[in-house]
Design a protein around this ligand. Sequence first.
Ligand code: PMP
Length: 349
Amino acid sequence: MIEDLIKPNIKALMAYTIEATPCSIRLDANESPYGFPLGQFRLPTNRYPDPEAVALRRFLAYKWGVEPECILHGNGSDELIYYLLTAVGGPVLIPTPTFSMYRVIAESLGEGYIMVPLDERFDLDMEATFMAMDKYNPKLIFLSRPNNPTGNSFTFGRVIEVIEKAGGLVIVDEAYQPFSPRGDSFVDLLPRYRNLLVMRTLSKIGLAALRLGFLLGDKPLIEMINKVRLPYNVNSLSQAAAIGILEDEHSIDKAVSSVVDERDKLFAELSKLQGIEAYPSNANFILFKLTLNGSLNAEIFHKKLIEDDILIKKLAGGGPLDNCFRVTVGTPKENAAFITSLNKIIKNN
Ligand code: PMP
């Protein structure tokens, strides 16, 4: 059989699935509801992109107060996770529930991984984490902060303890940091810890179409990981557009602030509802649990929202995320439509 050519770990792989349901209100993928025009960026199509993305890395280095050599560019941060696992390998420690690509990529590359459950507040369980670190000596530890899909930020001090204890690399994935309190980032701690890497993406602040992520860290380490990067991984249009759009800091900040304001309003609305338990969030989405006893289960609830043309993410049950959903913050109008639909579904239960 031709399928037998496929490696056993790939055959067994639970792939990352992306919801294809056509709804006009899309609150399922943690995108920004606000985009930016791309039409003004004119480039020759016959030339390869700058392989080192020099101008873009220089621009970002200035913004983050690091040297350009401390930045590695990726086709989205997904690609950087791939590069880290390719260059360093496993075992990988993954506090869970979290962003599933850490596991999917480890499995794809045949690397071992250890899933350590978060505590009941979705914070790092230090006893369990330290025990796993002692037992497996992980080469990589991925900490999504704020964490997807729970929305909280692991306690700063706990992350520090993990970095200080780790014999391997700790990657603080700050995909959702722009929606967190200012200054609550690990970028400033990079000079202090050589085993710390911070991952960022432009996907959540309105530039998901560009596919751009960055890894920040110690120069020699970035240089090593850069060896496995494909030469032209970020296309010319994305490089040029990222600089052009990010230069207008005011517009980016305005869009982010609007999402933060709307998130807080949405959280207040969700918290008022009977049958819903909402979890506080530092990100551009909110995790909530359906706690109704009636006939309304998670499956039916999800379908009813889709009937109202609203798509949110239903999380895999069977664990702490049983009956849980993740809703991305949209425009004020989209959020209002979501709350109206939610009220109607709960009332009719
Ligand atoms: N990290 C986290 C925690 C995420 O939630 C996501 C996107 N869902 C990513 C990384 C990947 O982002 P991208 O590849 O779009 O940069």
